[in-house]
Design a protein around this ligand. Structure first.
Ligand code: G6P
Length: 471
């Protein structure tokens, strides 16, 4: 087995299986989220990505993706049910997002979570060359840093949590809270999206484990674990280039024509997830239609929802509720050939998304809680002519950085309506000044900057970070 100096460990591999026109199965780099966050840094150094390819059964052997070796971890149907859909997405996910849905606790799920984490840790231990950097990602794998340290104390181990880390009042609910904290403390550096999350983590370590902890350092046995905030970002250059391409410009124009050349195109793009505030947003929009503040002919709303975690019960219930609401709104306010809301429940390719971003005058990103929200950043990146208004929830990590957005509390329906109207009626000068400032910020804080700052903090000598960014 060939070993690597950089190993990324994430629940998912950065590939999707697609069906080619001739019917053959093809693996392609998958867009969006965590995958696009890490992709650009990995082709600068010999690296292996350890992850799950989706599905069950034996691990497929996959070709390299942009020079990065793919190492597949197989999950059985039981693992998927109990580790991925269960402990990760029905226990941790809702708990870490302010318990906007009730977290479910099952002891069997915990057993499965441990087993699967051990499998990932063993795979990383086998592949990492002596002294390698291993960077573990996200809430599915919180025990991996501790397990890996047991197996390979020579490694430099990083852990980054892409989702929020909750306040002690919520985390204390977890039956296996001490083990989860100790698992993360197996890392040399634990990174979060926001400083508040690092603070929550330090408080919990002090309270649950009774160890000395500040918002920067935690002492465990004979080691010091560093913690900090490293807000993740997007590949700004890639999105800008896509948004400028003639194909995307033409598709954006076509979208507007297909929508009947409205004065205002309002867009939302979310995974189908109860954390995204889709229902709150639809309610606010329907009230604006009912009040007469928004007229169907002048304004159209496009709501793209990307299917997600479809076998988890809360997600099925959400889909029914969203579709019921969209149906009611269109039934009440639509006209023949002019729905009030254009609702699309389907995945979109990158060019399609870029075209939607380019077409939309107003982008509405109003999660009830979100670790970062890369869609908000992608919209800014795609607005190459400095136009476009971003309405952004205060509860998205991105709000700490994109402070010139039209910020809103999505629980406050009147506030949400007012902010939507404010964005719709803003002067071109105001819109351009805000967008220009956000674009400038993102140019200096793109995905490469994120990786550089995290890896520099992880690797004191700085040699790895230098190699990663030397083209
Ligand atoms: C969030 C998580 C990622 C996850 C993504 C998509 O962004 O932080 O780790 O990959 O959602 O969810 P899925 O369950 O499809 O992997």
């Amino acid at each position: 087995m060939r070993q690597s100096s950089l190993v990324v460990v994430a629940n998912r591999l950065p590939v999707d299986d697609t069906v080619a026109p001739d019917g053959a199965c093809e693996w392609r780099r998958s867009p969006g989220g965590l995958v696009s966050a890490l992709h650009p840094i990995l082709h600068h150094t010999p690296a292996t990505w350890v992850g799950w390819a989706g599905g069950t059964g034996p691990a497929p052997s996959l070709p390299d993706v942009d020079g990065v070796r793919m190492h597949t971890v197989a999950l059985t149907a039981e693992d998927v049910r109990e580790h991925y859909e269960g402990f990760a997405n029905a226990t941790l996910w809702p708990l870490y997002h302010d318990a906007v849905e009730q977290p479910v606790y099952h002891r069997r799920w915990w057993e499965s979570y441990q087993r699967v984490n051990q499998r990932f840790a063993e795979a990383a231990a086998e592949i990492a060359e002596p002294g390698a950097v291993v960077w573990v990602q996200d809430y599915h794998l919180q025990l991996v840093p501790g397990m890996l340290r047991e197996l390979r104390p020579d490694l430099l181990i990083g852990f980054f949590l892409h989702v929020p880390f909750p306040p002690p009042e919520l985390f204390m609910q977890l039956p296996r809270r001490a083990e989860l904290l100790l698992g993360m403390l197996g890392a040399d550096l634990v990174g979060f999206q926001r400083a508040q999350a690092a603070h929550n983590f330090a408080q919990l370590c002090a309270k649950v484990l009774n160890v000395p902890a500040t918002d920067r350092r935690i002492a465990v046995e004979d080691r010091v674990v560093r913690i900090g905030a490293f807000p993740v970002s997007i590949d700004m250059a890639e999105m800008e280039q896509l948004a400028r391409s003639p194909e995307v410009v033409a598709r954006a124009r076509q979208f507007r024509a297909d929508l009947g050349e409205p004065q205002h195109m309002i867009l939302s793009v979310d995974r189908m997830d109860y954390t995204k505030g889709i229902e709150h947003r639809l309610k606010a929009y329907s009230e604006l239609l009912a009040d007469g503040h928004v007229k169907v002919r002048d304004s159209v709303m496009v709501q793209v929802v990307v299917p997600s975690r479809e076998r988890v019960e809360q997600y099925q219930v959400l889909r029914d509720r969203v579709e019921h609401k969209v149906g009611r709104i269109n039934g009440e306010f639509g006209r023949v050939g002019e729905p009030a809301i254009h609702y699309l429940n389907q995945p979109f390719d990158r060019a399609g998304l870029a075209a939607l971003y380019r077409a939309a005058d107003i982008m509405v990103v109003t999660p009830l809680r979100d670790g970062m929200n890369l869609v908000a950043k992608e919209y800014v990146a795609a607005r190459v002519d400095n136009t476009g208004a971003l309405v952004l929830s205060e509860f998205a990590g991105a709000a700490a950085e994109l402070t010139q957005a039209y910020l809103v509390n999505p629980h406050d329906l009147d506030g949400l309506k007012l902010t939507l109207m404010h964005a719709k009626e803003a002067s071109p000068g105001d819109v351009t000044a805000r967008m220009g400032a956000m674009r400038e910020y993102l140019r200096a804080h793109d995905i490469q900057a994120w990786a550089r700052s995290y890896l520099t903090a992880l690797d004191h000598t700085g040699s790895l970070a230098a190699r990663l960014t030397a083209d």
